[in-house]
Design a protein around this ligand. Structure first.
Ligand code: NAD
Ligand code: UD1
Length: 338
C-alpha cells in the first residue's frame, strides 16, 4: 500500500515526502512541474535514500490519474498540488478555480472510482479571512476571504465536507497552514520562488545574499508591539511532520476535520529581521513603506487541536527557521538551478 503525494516536488510537498518516507510510508509522487523542478525530485530522492516512484501528471488529467491508481495500490492522498500566488489569483481567477477547485474535484472522482477515500488537504489560515481575532481556532467562521486564491481553499474545504457527508467512508483532514518558512537542515531543498518573492522570508534571504537591495516593510502603524504585521511562522519540517501525524490519524478516523498547523506564537516583521540577522550574522537592510493592500495586522493560531488530536506540536524555534532558510539560500543562490 502506498500514499500518493500530489505536488510532491514543491516546497512543502518535498519536505513532507522525506518525513513520510522516514516514518515508514511507501510513497508515490505526482507533479506537473508547473512550479517546481526535476532537480527537486532528484534531491529529495537523495535525502530519502530511495528511488521514490514519480509520475509527471496534472491533477486535471483524469486518464493520467487513473493510470497511477491502477499501477499502484494507493490507500490515501496527501494533496498539495495547486497554484498559490495571491496577487496572480486576482488577475487570473479562472486559472485558480480551474486548477485548484477543478483539479481537486477531478482527483476526488478518480479516488472514489479507485475506492481510495482518504485525503490530507493543504488548506490555509487564509480561510479565516479578515474578521476573526487571533488566536484563530478551527470552529471560527470561515469564508470571508479577500482574494480568489483564498476562496479556492475555502471552496475546496466546503466541497470535501460535502463529499464526507454524502459518503461516510470518506476521511478528509483540512490542514490550515500558517506561514511556512525555513528549509531542510541539509540545505539541499528549500523554497525556490520564481522571480521576485512576494513572501517575507524568501525576500529577506535574497536581500541578505545581495540579489535584492533592501526589504520593504509594509507598514509600521498596525496595532502590534512594534507597529509591523504579526504572523505565525512555522518551520517547514515541523509542518511536514504534522502531515505525517495527520495521515496516521486519517488511517483510523472517518469524516472531515479542520486542523491548524501553526506554533501559536506571533512574530512581527521587525522581529523576523532581527532574528535573521542574529542567527546568521548578516545584515538585512530595510525601509518602512506603506501597508500592502489586503494585509491584516495580526494572524496566529491556536494550535491546541493539533496537539489533542494528532499528538503533534511545532518544535523548531524562530532561530532554527532563520538559520535553515539562510543555509538553503546561501548554498543555493539560484535555487535548484545552482
Ligand atoms: P509549491 O508551488 O512549491 O508546490 C505546489 C506543487 O504543485 C508544485 O510542485 C507544482 O508544480 C504542483 N502543481 C501545481 N498545479 C498542479 C497540477 N494541476 N497538477 C499537478 N501538479 C501541480 O507550493 P507549496 O508552498 O509547497 O504549497 C503546497 C500547497 O500548500 C499548495 O496547495 C498551497 O496553496 C498550500 N499552502 C501553501 C502555503 C505557503 O505559504 N507555502 C500556505 C498555505 C497553504
Ligand atoms: C500571504 C498570503 C496568504 C498566504 C501566505 C503564504 C496575502 C494577503 N496573504 O500571507 O494568503 O497563505 O502568504 O503564502 O498575500 N511583508 C513585508 N515585506 C515583504 C513581504 C511581506 O513587510 O516584502 C510582511 C507582510 O506585510 C506581512 C508579513 O510580512 O505582515 C508576512 O507576509 P507574507 O510572507 O507575504 O505572508 P502573509 O501576508 O501572512
Amino acid at each position: 500500500m502506498a500514499i500518493l503525494i500530489t505536488g510532491g516536488c514543491g516546497y512543502i510537498g518535498s519536505h513532507t515526502a522525506i518525513e513520510m518516507t522516514k516514518a515508514g510510508y511507501e510513497i508515490v509522487i505526482l507533479d506537473n512541474f508547473y512550479n517546481s523542478k526535476p532537480e527537486a525530485l532528484r534531491r529529495l530522492r537523495e535525502l530519502a535514500g530511495r528511488e521514490i516512484p514519480f509520475y509527471k501528471c496534472d491533477i486535471r488529467d483524469a486518464e493520467g490519474l487513473r493510470r497511477i491508481f491502477s499501477e499502484n495500490s494507493i490507500e490515501a492522498v496527501v494533496h498539495f498540488a495547486g497554484l498559490k500566488a495571491v496577487g496572480e489569483s486576482v488577475s487570473k481567477p479562472l486559472e485558480y478555480y480551474e486548477n485548484n477547485v477543478g483539479g481537486t474535484v477531478n482527483l476526488c472522482q478518480v479516488m472514489a472510482e479507485a475506492d481510495c477515500k482518504r485525503m490530507v488537504f493543504s488548506s490555509s489560515a487564509t480561510v479565516y479571512g479578515m474578521n476573526n481575532p487571533s488566536p484563530l481556532r478551527e470552529e471560527m467562521p470561515t469564508g470571508a476571504v479577500t482574494n480568489p486564491y483564498g476562496r479556492t481553499k475555502y471552496i475546496i474545504e466546503e466541497i470535501l465536507g460535502d463529499v464526507c457527508k454524502a459518503d461516510p467512508e470518506w476521511t478528509v483532514i483540512n490542514l490550515r497552514y500558517f506561514n511556512p518558512i525555513g528549509a531542510h537542515e541539509s540545505g539541499r531543498i528549500g523554497e525556490d520562488p520564481n522571480g521576485i518573492p512576494n513572501n517575507l522570508m524568501p525576500y529577506i534571504s535574497q536581500v541578505a545574499i545581495g540579489k535584492l537591495e533592501k526589504l520593504s516593510v509594509f507598514g509600521n502603524d498596525y496595532d502590534t508591539h512594534d507597529g509591523t504585521g504579526v504572523r505565525d511562522y512555522i518551520h517547514v519540517v515541523d509542518l511536514a511532520l504534522g502531515h505525517v501525524r495527520a495521515l496516521d490519524y486519517a488511517m483510523k478516523h472517518k469524516g472531515a476535520e479542520a486542523i491548524n498547523l501553526g506554533t501559536g506564537t506571533g512574530y512581527s516583521v521587525l522581529d523576523i529581521i532581527k532574528a535573521f540577522e542574529d542567527a546568521n550574522s548578516v545584515p538585512v537592510p530595510y525601509q518602512i513603506v506603506g501597508r500592502r493592500p489586503g494585509d491584516i495586522a495580526v494572524c496566529y493560531s491556536d494550535p491546541s487541536k493539533a496537539e489533542r488530536l494528532l499528538g503533534w506540536k511545532a518544535e523548531r524555534t524562530i532561530r532554527d527557521m532563520c538559520r535553515d532558510s539562510w543555509r538553503w539560500q546561501s548554498n543555493n543562490p539560484n535555487g535548484f538551478d545552482s
